[in-house]
Ligand binder design. Structure first.
Ligand SMILES: C[C@H]1O[C@H](O[C@H]2[C@H](O)[C@@H](O)[C@@H](O[C@H]3[C@H](O)[C@@H](O)[C@@H](O[C@H]4[C@H](O)[C@@H](O)[C@@H](O)O[C@@H]4CO)O[C@@H]3CO)O[C@@H]2CO)[C@H](O)[C@H](O)[C@@H]1N[C@H]1C[C@@H](CO)[C@H](O)[C@@H](O)[C@@H]1O
Length: 404
């Protein structure tokens, strides 16, 4: 529904209030990155205005929790930022509400063919470009090399390998931390059994099919066998502290956690490997972030915002983000830079992202995670079986989506 957006930067006289009257535009950028990443993203963003008297940057870190709603609440009131760090699944959500500016043919999109196909796909909605790629990511197995060596355990390639390692890790709380409070972390188990939440092409709910039940059974088996510990709240903090303290030897995480994990166990001890395979194979989800431009900007603000996005998504800036944070570029050319090619985390994650499981970039997909998280909690607390849990999730999906 096209909403009459109150232009955020237009003052009452229609001039670009963002310009403050002296012709200078202040580009506001809402960033969701974590504390470690924010230091680099802030520095890079503020350098856009260096040496220029026509533009300023107001970098605001709003964090991850609640960021999607915060932008959705701000957009209709004219309080939205010029540029929003937009999670890959949020582009369709914001674009379907007309909160993002179409960017095809604007200064925001430079050298489009240089973008990775998977990353570019998440910027599209209804055949139009509504965002520009920043980073791409997927989940991986993070492991403590020292603890595996001490236990005489090879890097597990399957969930069965993790279960078989329980006795070898007798001194630890458990070999593996299984994140239970974020639905995204359940996707590798689904893909490992050849399943998925839904099939968007046929508009069918699939989470309660045999593969879905097997995936939740695999989670239950890891917990029942003592191979994994979990929490249903504060999973991020518990996972990072369990791994950092050496209470567990392994966790599943993504590139955004690399620097914090290295600080916790020592860079020389951090190993990464593909997420463990299930009975049908191995798979991890595609995640990541784009830059979205608010649709309600006046002309001068819109141009400045688009130039800011082009700068932030440029090969030079992407290369610096990788050099300082080991996050994955979304431009093919950046992977050829010597410093990027030599980065051991890129060496691992680049092929992993290549085969990451693409998701349906549809607005409805955003509402699939909360029901899974809520129903899975009952199972993790021993109050529901895998069959009951997947049936409950599927019922809620069929209600939400009106799909089969
Ligand atoms: C529940 C939500 O489920 C989904 O979100 C998925 C997401 O799609 C997945 O990709 C994945 O995200 C990865 C991410 O790719 C990965 O990069 C990383 O991010 C790092 C940063 O890297 C790091 O810099 C830092 O920022 O920290 C970040 C976080 O660590 O890890 C993320 C996973 O944590 O997992 C998400 C689910 O968690 C839905 O999209 C909704 O958001 C839904 N909630 C809304 C639904 C709305 C109804 O329409 C309702 O209106 C609202 O009230 C609710 O809020």
């Amino acid at each position: 529904a096209a909403l009459a957006l109150t232009a955020t930067a237009c003052g009452s006289d229609g001039d670009d209030a963002g310009s403050g009257g002296d012709g200078k535009v202040t580009v506001t950028y809402w960033d969701t990155s974590n504390e470690t990443e924010a230091k680099v993203f802030r520095a890079v963003a503020e350098e856009f205005a260096e040496g220029r008297d026509d533009v300023e940057v107001d970098y605001v870190n709003i964090g991850w929790d609640g960021a999607q709603d915060r932008f959705k609440n701000a957009a209709p009131t004219g309080e939205a930022p010029h540029v929003m760090r937009t999670e890959v699944a949020w582009v369709s959500d914001f674009a379907s509400l007309d909160y993002l500016a179409p960017l095809d043919g604007t200064p925001a999109v430079e050298n489009q063919d240089d973008y990775l196909e998977q990353a570019w796909a998440s910027t599209q909605y209804d055949g139009t470009t509504y965002a520009v790629p920043q980073v791409i990511d997927t989940l991986a197995l993070f492991y403590n090399e020292q603890l595996l060596d001490e236990a005489g355990v090879d890097v597990p390639e399957s969930l069965t390998d993790i279960q078989d390692s329980v006795d070898a890790f007798e001194g630890l709380e458990a070999p593996f931390y299984l994140r239970g409070d974020d639905a995204y972390w359940f996707l590798p188990y689904l893909y490992g059994e050849g399943g998925d939440l839904v099939d968007a092409d046929s508009e069918t709910v699939t989470v309660d099919d045999a593969a879905g039940v097997a995936a939740f059974q695999a989670v239950q088996d890891l917990l029942d066998s003592g191979a994994a510990i979990t929490d249903t709240t504060d999973g991020w903090e518990s996972m990072m502290s369990s791994f950092g303290n050496g209470d567990v030897a392994m966790m599943i995480n993504g590139p955004w956690a690399i620097n914090d994990a290295r600080d916790a166990i020592g860079a020389e001890n951090l190993g990464v490997a593909p997420v463990p395979a299930g009975s049908a194979g191995q798979g991890s989800p595609q995640g990541g972030w784009n830059y979205g431009v608010y649709a309600g900007l006046g002309e001068a603000d819109m141009t400045a915002a688009q130039e800011f996005v082009a700068y932030m998504s440029s090969a030079d800036v992407q290369q610096r983000i990788t050099e300082e944070l080991s996050l994955l570029p979304t431009r093919s050319s950046v992977y050829e830079a010597e410093s990027v090619a030599a980065n051991e985390m890129v060496e691992f994650f680049a092929p992993a992202v290549e085969v990451a499981h693409e998701r349906a970039w549809i607005p409805q997909a955003n509402s699939l995670f909360d029901p899974l998280k809520e129903e899975a909690e009952a199972m993790l607390l021993g109050r529901a079986t895998p069959e009951e849990t997947t049936a409950a999730i599927a019922d809620r999906y069929r209600e939400l989506l009106d799909w089969q």
